[in-house]
Design a protein around this ligand. Structure first.
Ligand SMILES: C[S@@+](CC[C@H](N)C(=O)[O-])C[C@H]1O[C@@H](n2cnc3c(N)ncnc32)[C@H](O)[C@@H]1O
Length: 308
């Protein structure tokens, strides 16, 4: 397949850092190359970078060989670190791939893990690996392995005390209401098991919902690119919602440097954050502006259009 060079986009305007940030947040998605715009942002201005960068070798819009992926990404990592608040995050959705050639042909290429280690060495604090589980991943021919039904979401914090709101992502308890009421009356408190583990059963059900855990199940919405300007890698809004709720305060600044059809900014704004993004392809920017204007949810989960 042909290698598509990155298209030309207008250079970052010669504005002061605060005005550059203002431009991104007011436009919602800006046509431009992140490598030019990120250096123009004020330092310590973003609460959250939530992004799904081009995966290695994956799409026609930007072909980056997995062997060169870490070198390609690290300059962006450095620029984002500089422009992140001490309490802020970089949350990165990425997927590994099978090596097409070379000594690792047919095996999983390690570029994702190499990138995580390199970002940690760059100064990002690697706090968690989430699994985005796709309950409706489509089958295909993947070689001697099962279909791909998850992607990674790596959460890196800038400082030792990042903003994190677990209450914002709690899920309903699975236990019956009767049992929850019974447990609340349990006055015996912490109990140890034979294995030495223990937990305070009196407080388990007082938090308004359960900790969702680090496997986040969100259906891929295969027809969502109809509303995303033909973008074939648009993420489901539910994935963005989970991390924006947890990792950014209301009114906080959420930016996607590889914004595609604008999912991050659309969801961030809907949740009362200031959302912006950068995208190098003009047609995706236009689609994002339409979505931003509409504002209403784009995803129709579990409606799978296999005809396309
Ligand atoms: C995986 S897609 C993002 C999809 C997005 N999360 C959505 O929901 O639509 C990655 C995007 O990054 C864009 N991109 C690649 N290099 C870029 C750069 N240097 N600056 C801005 N955008 C870039 C690509 O054109 C592509 O649309």
């Amino acid at each position: 397949m042909a290698v598509h060079p990155l298209p030309m986009s207008p250079p970052a305007p010669r504005l002061g850092p605060d005005q550059v940030l203002e431009t991104l947040l007011s436009e919602g998605e800006t046509w431009g190359d992140s490598s030019e715009w990120l250096p123009a942002l004020p330092s310590e201005s973003a609460d959250l970078w939530f992004t799904s960068p081009p995966y290695a070798d994956a799409r026609a819009y930007s072909r980056i060989h997995p062997d060169r992926y870490v070198d390609w990404f690290l300059p962006y990592g450095k620029l984002m670190l500089e422009a992140t608040k001490d309490t802020g995050w970089l949350v990165l959705n990425i997927k590994n791939r099978v090596a097409k050639s070379g000594p690792l042909q047919g095996q999983r290429h390690p570029y994702v893990y190499q990138l995580v280690i390199a970002l940690q060495q760059q100064g990002w604090r690697w706090l968690e690996t989430y699994i985005w589980s796709k309950p409706n991943a489509v089958p295909g021919r993947f070689g001697p392995r099962t279909k791909d039904s998850f992607e990674y979401v790596y959460a890196f914090a800038k400082g030792p005390k990042p903003y994190f709101d677990l209450d914002a992502i709690r899920v309903p308890y699975k236990t019956t209401p009767e049992e929850i009421e019974r447990r609340k009356l349990d006055k015996l408190g912490r109990r140890n098991t034979g294995a030495g583990f223990g937990r305070d059963r009196t407080t388990t059900y007082l938090r308004g919902g359960a900790d969702p855990g680090n496997v986040v199940s969100v259906p891929q919405t295969y027809n969502q690119h109809k509303g995303a300007g033909g973008h074939t890698a648009a993420m489901p809004e539910g994935l963005a919602e989970f991390f924006i709720r947890a990792c950014s305060p209301e009114g906080g600044v959420v930016i996607d440097p590889f914004a595609g059809s604008g999912t991050t900014a659309v969801v961030a704004r809907r949740l009362g954050r200031l959302g912006g993004g950068l995208e190098i392809h003009r047609s995706f920017v236009d689609a994002a502006h339409e979505r931003l204007q509409r504002g209403e949810p784009d995803d129709v989960p579990v409606v799978i259009d296999l005809a396309r």
